[in-house]
Design a protein. Structure first.
Length: 264
């Protein structure tokens, strides 16, 4: 009869502890909405499109000339197995997290997704959310949320470098924060959406003027940024759109536009 190795119970206990301490991440979700089950399957790839994640596929919808939302099967993106989520960068670019790496793809000719020229980003072992801060022809910027602080990384000379000057400390007590592009962050507190702008000299500056505050409807389910200064608010399975008009310093409700989420 074989004698059990006296170290076996210790080894098993260590394996259990390591497994318990390892972070768990869900697949097929929008990493910017990881905290919100009602909206984690919705994202905005750019070019005024809406993406809906369903059964491992990001289905892309665009608006036709009659202001109707149409599913474009040629632009669907099949997420790889065992992914850790997806982040929409804008301008037709998405990032897919897998094996601690964030690999980027862009929509070529509105027909197919190909690997982007953006360098692959190595994700930290632990993080809470991944958010898109900026996507332009010159550079890209993403934020990694860890423990109430958003750390920014920017592309420089074909590599990602941390931008330590502009870390964003998430205000305590808010319901959520949502990057709007152009280094602008929206925060939600008690059904009111306010804005932080990044001042190159002073850092993050809260715009406390009432005209920059967007009252949110009661019982809303989520806020999903769509494009620069364009947000959608989810309520009763429908996205309603609001645009920040900087010329008039006010939010404009685009009442002729809405997107009814497909049945799941």
């Amino acid at each position: 009869m074989k004698t059990q190795n006296p170290l076996f119970p210790v080894i098993m206990m260590l394996m259990i502890l390591v497994a318990g301490c390892s972070p768990r991440y869900e697949s097929n979700i929008n990493l910017e909405q990881a905290h919100n089950p009602a909206a984690r399957h919705i994202l905005a790839p750019g070019y005024h499109t809406i993406g809906i994640i369903e059964d491992g596929v990001m289905k892309v919808f665009f608006m036709d000339e009659d202001s109707q939302w149409i599913a474009d099967s040629g632009s669907f993106f099949h997420l790889p197995e065992n992914n850790r989520g997806i982040v929409a960068m804008g301008n037709g670019i998405i990032g897919v997290a897998k094996n601690q790496l964030l690999t980027f793809y862009h929509l070529e000719d509105y027909q197919r997704w190909v690997v982007s020229d953006l360098p692959v980003f190595e994700l930290p072992r632990r993080y809470d959310r991944v958010v898109s801060m900026e996507m332009s022809d010159r550079s890209a910027c993403i934020g990694i949320e860890k423990g109430g602080l958003v750390l920014f990384y920017r592309t420089t000379d074909d590599q990602w470098q941390q931008d330590e000057r502009n870390n964003f400390l998430i205000p305590q007590g808010i319901s959520g924060y949502y990057p709007l592009g152009d280094l602008t962050i929206a925060i939600v507190d008690e059904h009111r959406l306010g804005l932080y702008f990044l001042d190159p000299e002073e850092g993050w500056d809260f715009m406390d003027h009432d005209s920059f505050v967007l009252p949110l409807p009661s019982e809303y389910e989520g806020v999903i940024p769509l494009d620069k200064r364009l947000v959608s608010v989810l309520k009763d399975g429908t996205l309603m759109f609001y645009y920040l008009d900087l010329f008039e310093d006010r939010w404009v409700f685009l009442e002729d536009l809405h997107f009814k989420l497909p049945a799941r």
